[in-house]
Design a protein around this ligand. Structure first.
Ligand SMILES: *[C@@H]1O[C@H](CO)[C@@H](O)[C@H](O)[C@H]1NC(C)=O
Ligand SMILES: *[C@@H]1O[C@H](CO)[C@@H](O)[C@H](O)[C@H]1NC(C)=O
Ligand SMILES: *[C@@H]1O[C@H](CO)[C@@H](O)[C@H](O)[C@H]1NC(C)=O
Ligand SMILES: *[C@@H]1O[C@H](CO)[C@@H](O)[C@H](O)[C@H]1NC(C)=O
Ligand SMILES: *[C@@H]1O[C@H](CO)[C@@H](O)[C@H](O)[C@H]1NC(C)=O
Ligand SMILES: *[C@@H]1O[C@H](CO)[C@@H](O)[C@H](O)[C@H]1NC(C)=O
Ligand SMILES: *[C@@H]1O[C@H](CO)[C@@H](O)[C@H](O)[C@H]1NC(C)=O
Ligand SMILES: *[C@@H]1O[C@H](CO)[C@@H](O)[C@H](O)[C@H]1NC(C)=O
Length: 884
């Protein structure tokens, strides 16, 4: 009866349960080109320590956004569109010590905006529109502990000490690229200032420091790209008596006018940065006054000539950088500089080194000759370099080392010959037992025993091509085996980098990494083609693994990474990988960084990342993402997971289907996927609900019809069988009665009908076969009797059984078109009592019935009528004979 309201109830319940799921997934899409930050954006990120929100379009930060970010120590909001800082927008940032607000359009700083940032040490505000010193005062009054303040590229015109109320802790101040005209220091408000940058300032500056002791702690001063009057420089140099480090880049004309003669009079000056001054000739006079300078940087000029005594006065020089010039030979000027410990002549045009080039440099420990055009290296070049520890000769055109090299260089710790050297002969490093770091080769032919003697090597990077002894190429297992046997002499090796010069499909035997027990990092490029699936059994301690740029490693064995339990970082970029099976098969429970850029992954199953519980960083750039519902789970995961930083996720683009090609993966509308999924769910469950309701409806209202139908069907079969067997009814009549009327049945009905008239009756209590179901009992009884005699009384009608019996008999009556039912009323029943029994009333209307009360005085006639009723029936036209 409650059917109509229950269906909508079910449906609305279903809607209620399914809707929140789909709305949840999209509450986070606002991370696209973020324009504002609100309280909810950082909810659940209370543990966050570093937050970089740079390069968005944030113009508004709701007050209270950072209220629960008390763990945050570093915050960057650079490259956004902030114009105003409000009073309470930094509330809650009590632990931040680094704040970057550069490249915004901030014009004004209210008095208390920085109030909550009590721990701030470093503040970057470059590229904003600040133009009042009072804004800076407002910052520093709130953050007296501030040490580093970057104000480059603002609109400050003057910087005056009188505005600051008390001495500050600033150590580093950058005022470059402001239209600054005036720098005034009349109080000692920067007693700790160590580093000051005024680079670049293109206008002359009024430098007004009233006491030379105010800047007594200033050590570093950058005056690059300045164009002050000469007098201004003099004033500046006078007030910085403790200066050690002076940068004078891009001041070419000032140098020509003798600026260095003033600068080098600062007695404490030690480091001089003269980069990018377009010097082509270094004259004898330029550095004449700079005798105390120890560090000199002349890189990025176009020096091709250095006069022989140009460095002669620099008697304390220990560090000299001549990178990126146009030198064709090692300048004679460096010879005999017995104080020099570091010399770099990288990126020049050196073609040949003479044996005399480095004479007298006994203290030199580090020599950098990277990126020149050296073709030949005679060991005599290094004869005086008895203390050389670090030698860079990478990116040259050298073919091999001569026999003396390893003896001359036996104290070397680091040798970088990457991208040069084509042949490594046996024993080439044999006396270099101290060497810790070796990078060598550019597709080198390598002899057996080439790495002999390198017993202390920790880092090896090389680029093999062929094994010359065996003549075997890398494409055979024996070629590799003999090469890898050399690793057995490097028990300390921790980092191994193998880069093949081009793709050539080496066969890697099982024991490639044998003996490398201390290996923690293995990187390879173009090296994986036919690796043995168990090769990593020999490097179980690997923490870092890079297998990149392999053209022919199409379907890697998914089990290859399983021995690696400790891996923290895995880089599988540029490999044409199409599935992540090798990651899900492995047990990488400690993996923190996973890089899979430029593969051919189309659909990512986000459940792969469930097997990487320590993962923090994931990069999937440059894959062939399919933008359809198969990636919906992944997209959802990227947007909502709070553990893994998915690098550049907002730039991933769809490669398929063609209709979505080039669109952004994360803007794919996954909601439509949930909707159609939801619809299917909805339809199925509605269907189930309907079926359930229908079944209970049927069960409640039509159960008996069904049961009857079933028995009728059975009875028909049974009938047919019986008819075939020629059998007839067992009983003449089935007597249906209520227990209350039993006495009447046994005293009147049974004696009269069975004993006098001779009918064979089936009686409820007497003849029912034990063990059969009631309903079966009844059906059986009805069907094995020609007639059903119902003894009707008020109790009979109340009894469920009896009405079922009547129902069934009346179905049979209708079905078989014959009268099987004889109604015998034991008492008078009012129409009120009868009204619930629709069928009884219907039958009483259409058929005659017998009434015991009415026949009380004519018992004989009554029984005769019963006899008549029981007799009839073999003939369907014959209806009930009795008449009231
Ligand atoms: C952000 O906006 C820029 C410029 O409007 C647009 O080029 C870029 O595709 C946008 N990025 C995303 C992830 O929507
Ligand atoms: C400067 O920093 C020191 C600790 O580095 C601190 O003790 C001192 O109070 C600070 N000065 C000011 C003005 O805050
Ligand atoms: C270097 O010193 C040696 C002797 O100590 C001297 O003979 C030589 O001429 C000097 N070379 C240069 C270039 O000054
Ligand atoms: C160089 O090493 C070889 C082989 O270990 C050894 O015989 C030779 O004496 C060493 N030479 C020097 C100068 O140490
Ligand atoms: C591996 O390294 C440890 C310390 O880092 C060292 O004690 C041990 O000797 C090394 N093992 C081998 C085989 O060199
Ligand atoms: C994965 O490794 C952990 C410990 O590192 C271990 O407890 C677990 O049983 C391993 N699981 C499988 C499938 O090997
Ligand atoms: C998505 O596209 C891939 C490849 O084109 C296809 O295999 C997959 O069945 C698609 N998924 C759905 C949900 O359409
Ligand atoms: C079938 O009828 C007999 C006789 O009345 C009875 O004993 C038996 O319990 C009935 N069967 C069932 C399942 O009630």
């Amino acid at each position: 009866s409650s059917l109509p309201p229950s269906l909508p109830l079910f449906l609305s319940l279903f809607f209620f349960l399914s809707l929140p799921l789909s709305s949840l997934s999209f509450s986070l899409v606002k991370h696209f080109n973020l324009t504002r930050l609100g309280r909810s954006d950082l909810s659940g990120l209370g543990q966050l320590q570093t937050l970089h929100l740079g390069s968005n379009q944030i113009s508004h930060i709701e007050s209270g956004t950072f209220l629960y970010s008390s763990a945050l120590t570093q915050l960057s909001l650079s490259e956004n569109e902030l114009t105003v800082l409000t009073k309470d927008m930094f509330d809650g940032l009590s632990s931040v010590n680094f704040l970057h607000l550069g490249i915004n359009q901030i014009q004004f700083i209210p008095k208390d905006a920085f109030g909550p940032l009590t721990k701030l040490r470093e503040l970057h505000l470059p590229n904003n529109n600040l133009n009042q010193i009072s804004d800076i005062v407002n910052i520093l009054v709130s953050c007296p502990m501030l040490q580093v303040l970057n104000l480059r590229k603002n609109h400050l015109i003057s910087f005056e000490s009188d505005r600051f109320p008390f001495p500050l802790n600033i150590t580093d101040l950058d005022l470059g690229s402001n239209p600054l005209r005036k720098f005034t220091l009349h109080q000692n408000v920067f007693p700790h200032l160590k580093s000051l940058s005024l680079s670049p300032l293109r206008l002359d500056l009024e430098w007004d420091v009233s006491d030379d002791s105010f800047l007594q702690n200033l050590r570093t001063l950058d005056l690059s790209s300045t164009d002050f009057a000469f007098e201004t420089y003099k004033l500046i140099f006078q007030s910085v008596a403790s200066l050690e480090d002076l940068a004078l880049r891009v001041v070419k004309t000032l140098l020509a006018r003798g600026l260095l003669d003033f600068a080098c009079k600062i007695p404490s000056l030690r480091k001089l940065d003269l980069r990018a001054n377009a010097l082509s000739v270094l004259s004898d006079s330029l550095l004449q006054q700079c005798s105390d300078v120890t560090h000199l940087d002349l890189s990025g000029n176009s020096l091709s000539v250095m006069s022989q005594s140009s460095l002669q006065t620099l008697r304390r020089l220990s560090w000299l950088n001549l990178n990126t010039n146009a030198l064709t030979q090692v300048p004679v000027a460096v010879r005999n500089m017995s104080t020099l410990t570091f010399l770099s002549i990288a990126k020049n045009d050196l073609k040949k080194l003479e044996c005399s080039d480095f004479l007298g440099l006994q203290r030199l420990t580090e020599l950098i000759l990277t990126n020149n055009r050296l073709t030949d290296l005679n060991s005599c070049v290094f004869q005086d370099l008895l203390n050389l520890k670090i030698l860079y000769i990478d990116q040259n055109l050298l073919y091999t080392f001569d026999k003396q090299f390893s003896v001359t260089m036996r104290k070397l710790l680091v040798l970088n010959a990457k991208g040069t050297i084509g042949l490594l002969q046996k024993g080439v490093f044999q006396n270099m037992t101290h060497l810790r770091v070796l990078a060598v080769g550019k597709g080198a032919f390598i002899d057996d025993g080439a790495f002999e003697g390198l017993t202390d090597l920790r880092y090896l990077s090389y680029s093999p091509m062929f094994n010359t002894e065996t003549g075997a190429g890398l494409e055979s297992a024996s070629g590799w085996r003999s090469l890898s046997q050399q690793f057995s002499n490097m028990p300390s090796l921790q980092i191994l980098v193998i880069t093949l010069p081009f793709s050539m499909c080496p066969v890697l035997p099982r024991d490639v990494l044998q003996g490398l027990n201390n290996l923690t990092s293995f990187s390879s490029s173009r090296f994986f083609c036919k690796p043995h699936p168990e090769m990593f059994l020999f490097a179980p301690r690997l923490l870092n693994l890079e297998i990149t740029d392999n053209e022919q490693w199409q379907s890697p064995d998914p089990k290859i990474l399983t021995p690696l339990r400790d891996l923290r970082k895995l880089d599988l970029s540029e490999n044409h990988l199409q599935s992540l099976d090798l990651i899900s098969e492995a047990n990488l429970t400690k993996l923190e960084r996973l890089i899979l850029t430029n593969n051919e992954l189309k659909i990512i199953d986000e459940h792969v990342f469930d097997s990487l519980p320590s993962l923090k960083y994931l990069d999937l750039s440059g894959n062939l993402f399919v933008c359809n519902c198969s990636n919906a789970g992944f997209i959802q995961w990227v947007l909502s997971n709070k553990q893994v930083y998915v690098a550049r996720a907002f730039q991933y683009r769809c490669a398929y289907p063609l209709s979505h090609q080039g669109e952004l993966l994360l803007s794919f509308n996954v909601r439509s996927c949930w909707e159609s999924e939801g619809l299917i769910c909805f339809v199925t469950s509605s269907f189930l609900v309907l079926v359930t309701l229908l079944s209970s409806f049927v069960y409640h209202f039509l159960r008996w019809q069904l049961v009857y139908g079933y028995f009728l069907f059975r009875a028909r079969l049974y009938d047919r069988k019986k008819r075939r067997e020629g059998s007839t009814h067992v009983y003449d009549a089935f007597v249906s009665y209520n227990v209350h009327d039993e006495e009447w049945v046994f005293h009147h009905l049974v004696p009269e009908l069975e004993e006098r008239q001779g009918w064979k009756l089936c009686l409820h209590h007497r003849d029912f076969e034990p063990g059969k179901a009631i309903i079966e009992n009844i059906t059986d009884a009805i069907y094995s009797s020609r007639k059903t005699l119902c003894v009707i009384s008020a109790q009979y009608l109340q009894s469920e059984w009896c009405s079922r019996e009547i129902q069934m008999a009346s179905f049979r009556l209708l079905d078989e078109q014959k009268d099987v039912l004889v109604l015998l009323f034991l008492e008078e029943l009012s129409s009120n009592q009868l009204s619930p029994f629709y069928r009884v009333r219907k039958m009483m209307r259409s058929h005659t019935y017998l009434s015991w009360t009415q026949a009380r005085s004519h018992r004989g006639l009554f029984w005769e009528r019963v006899r008549g009723a029981l007799q009839s029936g073999n003939d369907p036209t014959n209806t009930l004979t009795a008449n009231a």
